[in-house]
Ligand binder design. Structure first.
Ligand SMILES: NC(=O)c1ccc[n+]([C@@H]2O[C@H](COP(=O)([O-])OP(=O)(O)OC[C@H]3O[C@@H](n4cnc5c(N)ncnc54)[C@H](OP(=O)(O)O)[C@@H]3O)[C@@H](O)[C@H]2O)c1
Length: 256
């Protein structure tokens, strides 16, 4: 599906990492942006950056999307915008022994990674379907494809994103709405700072550049791909994890 006909994109988690790169590359392709994340300063920097190379519009919307009331307000405030592309990218992970993670943080992760993504897909998916043109890009993870001890609940949220996106693709294609699910592997972003709380930051080496992940995702969307895993190594891990090795063996080995 060609992005050229699209006017407005709503990108969650646009203040850093993969979401920021997606926002920049979408504005280079001529789309106006609604950029959402918590950090107002980073969003302002993004807006200044975009204005340097593009005449497109950018609306920044600082908000915590792990809170249901905020998501409702966002939806109300955007009621006059005709969104053509929804990018559900905001998300975070929590690494550690499940029973020792902060319950409050776990709940916020599930709220953001699963519930907010579902709510936004419902509201904007419906609006886009009524226009009979547009798309949704959901950012999952290669963690979606394998049970991952110590990244357990995070991997489960991403398995939800993966299965939800595939089913949604099948439902929405008759409305000319294209859904793409992106499953990045380790990528050089702020993700690790938050997931590991500064400890063991080097646990996942060989990280991809978020620019390449974003560029690949947009290419995959334009080609009409349903699933996109950036990078050969990540494709191989997904394939081996999903198809070749039994889940019970994976959890035994990774669980230690
Ligand atoms: N990096 C990786 O290795 C990797 C691998 C697989 C999948 N992913 C997925 O890729 C997506 C993007 O992450 P990233 O790697 O680019 O990490 P990142 O640099 O930490 O970016 C995460 C984005 O989400 C936003 N965000 C986090 N919590 C939020 C909240 N409560 N409300 C609103 N916005 C929030 C952050 O902005 P604020 O902090 O300003 O709110 C930021 O813009 C996530 O869904 C992540 O799970 C990442």
């Amino acid at each position: 599906m060609n992005l050229k006909g699209f006017k407005w994109a709503l990108v969650t988690g646009a203040s850093s990492g993969i979401g920021k790169e997606l926002a920049i590359q979408l504005s280079k392709k001529g789309l106006n942006l609604i950029a959402v994340a918590r950090d107002e300063n980073r969003l302002k920097q993004l807006a200044e950056n975009v204005k340097e190379f593009s005449n497109t519009q950018i609306v920044t919307y600082p908000v915590d999307l792990s809170c249901e009331e905020n998501v409702k307000s966002l939806i109300d405030d955007l009621s006059n915008y005709e969104i053509d592309l929804l990018v559900n990218n905001a998300g975070f992970g929590l690494y550690g022994e499940f029973i020792n993670l902060e319950l409050n943080e776990l709940e916020r992760m599930i709220e953001l990674n699963v519930k907010t993504l579902t709510t936004l897909s419902h509201v904007f998916g419906k609006k886009i379907a009524m226009k009979r043109a547009g798309g949704i890009i959901n950012i999952a993870s290669i963690a979606a494809h394998i049970p991952l001890p110590y990244f357990n609940a995070y991997a489960a949220t991403k398995a939800y994103v993966y299965n939800f996106s595939l089913g949604l693709w099948a439902e929405l294609r008759k409305y000319n709405v294209h859904v793409l699910c992106v499953s990045p592997g380790p990528t050089e972003t702020r993700f690790f700072e938050r997931a590991f709380k500064q400890k063991e930051l080097n646990k996942f080496g060989n990280r991809m550049n978020p620019k390449d992940v974003a560029a690949g995702a947009l290419r995959a969307f334009e080609k009409g791909a349903v699933l996109y895993t950036p990078g050969f190594r990540n494709k191989l891990i997904s394939f081996v994890g999903k198809k070749l090795v039994p889940d019970r063996l994976i959890v035994r080995v990774l669980g230690g």
